[in-house]
Ligand binder design. Structure first.
Ligand code: SF4
Length: 156
């Protein structure tokens, strides 16, 4: 394919598939080893987390005027294992992006919730794989049922 055709095709694809969600797998570390995990996550990943500044350099090329329509989704691994996760979110908001997070909820508590809200988080996604026994089986941990504590937390 010559450069001109490639350029035109890229423009058409960009127009047809407006960027709305941008997922950043910000760590390969995780507190669980789920049976179905497709990310090959480990408690101690051999790969260091990507520094936020490297990611920031990449998304800085996104024009300012479309950032408010884009949600940066922080995922992993378990994003809450990163010490800088709230600072990352706060900076994303300052840059004009919305942000959200996918978490296994093991480290999620009220203090974390308030911290993330103050950093401008718009949404958080947790997976529920069944009732406690089934959830723990698929999550490969008898402790993942602590996840269900969340519902008690939110019912208050
Ligand atoms: S919580 Fe998610 S990232 Fe962690 S092991 Fe389970 S599926 Fe993989």
């Amino acid at each position: 394919m010559n450069k001109f055709v490639f350029k035109i095709q890229k423009q058409i694809i960009t127009y047809q598939h407006e960027l709305r969600y941008l997922f950043w797998e910000c760590t390969g570390r995780c507190t669980l080893k789920c049976l179905h995990c497709g990310s090959d996550c480990k408690v101690d990943s051999v790969h260091k987390d990507m520094p936020y500044n490297d990611f920031k350099t990449a998304i800085d090329s996104i024009p300012q005027n479309i950032r408010n329509n884009i949600t940066v989704v922080l995922t992993g691994g378990e994003p809450l294992l990163r010490k800088d996760i709230a600072d990352v979110g706060f900076d994303l908001r300052k840059m004009g992006f919305r942000w959200s997070m996918v978490s296994n909820a093991m480290l999620y508590d009220e203090k974390t919730h308030i911290k993330l809200l103050n950093a401008g988080i718009g949404a958080v996604t947790f997976s529920l794989d069944g009732l406690e026994q089934n959830h723990n089986w698929l999550r490969n941990s008898p402790m993942s049922g602590t996840y269900l504590q969340l519902f008690r937390f939110y019912r208050r």
